[in-house]
Design a protein around this ligand. Structure first.
Ligand SMILES: Cc1cc2nc3c(=O)[nH]c(=O)nc-3n(C[C@H](O)[C@H](O)[C@H](O)COP(=O)(O)O)c2cc1C
Length: 203
């Protein structure tokens, strides 16, 4: 299991060009999206939506919004992760629905509401939401790698253009990250990482 996971982490790289002729089978795509859906989220609020872009015309427009990056048109499917913003405010219908799953007793619910309101007042909600979407993205890329599917996280996009293409207003939802999935054309480049001791500190 450890070996298999490490193999997947080594297999995953920021793929720059996908084989346009190869399409991801539906059950593999569903598996990848499940890895996103099952990701952890703060207060269990699941602040995301996964928009699967597969139409050629939409991919083309997305590519323009991503400074012409070829991954967007050569991939099989691009998953744009939209970060929820507006619906996360304390007391919203959405938050209440999510909290209902966790609150077994009225006192727990009251405590949760109060704690969330206080916490919410201290954070940048847009950033908080986008950060969590990146966790879902990482899980989806790892799941894809485990079944031999390539990906590339795309943070290089013009936010207003990407919003326009995806039909997001930036108030209800904003674009967190776009992840094209498909099959590599070129061999994987060498992986460069800092040494274990440079990035890990035991205290
Ligand atoms: C938030 C984020 C945004 C990124 N944006 C892009 C991008 O727009 N285009 C791209 O080709 N790679 C992008 N990358 C991939 C990184 O460049 C890549 O992961 C890094 O250079 C390490 O290489 P590796 O993933 O192949 O091991 C992004 C990675 C992250 C985490």
């Amino acid at each position: 299991m450890k070996e298999e996971l490490l193999k997947a982490f080594m297999f995953r790289h920021a793929c720059k060009l996908f084989d346009e002729a190869k399409k991801i089978p539906d059950d593999d795509l569903r598996f990848i999206l499940e890895a996103g859906r099952l990701s952890p989220s703060s207060f269990g609020l699941e602040p995301w939506k996964f928009i699967v872009v597969r139409q050629a015309e939409l991919k083309e427009r997305l590519r323009e919004a991503c400074f012409g990056q070829a991954q967007l048109t050569t991939c099989s499917d691009a998953v744009a992760i939209a970060a929820a913003i507006e619906r996360l405010h304390p007391g919203s219908e959405y938050v209440e629905e999510r909290f209902a799953h966790y609150a077994e007793h009225q006192d727990v619910l009251l405590w949760l509401r109060k704690f969330y309101s206080e916490y919410y007042a201290t954070i940048d909600v847009r950033l908080w939401s986008i950060t969590q979407c990146h966790i879902a993205a990482a899980n989806m890329m790892s799941a894809a790698a485990a079944v031999g599917i390539d990906s590339c996280p795309i943070g290089g996009f013009s936010p207003p253009k990407a919003r326009e293409v995806l039909g997001l207003d930036g108030v209800k939802y904003d674009v967190a990250l776009i992840v094209p999935f498909g099959y590599r054309v070129n061999p994987q480049p060498q992986k460069y990482r800092q040494a274990f001791g440079e990035v890990v500190e035991f205290r």
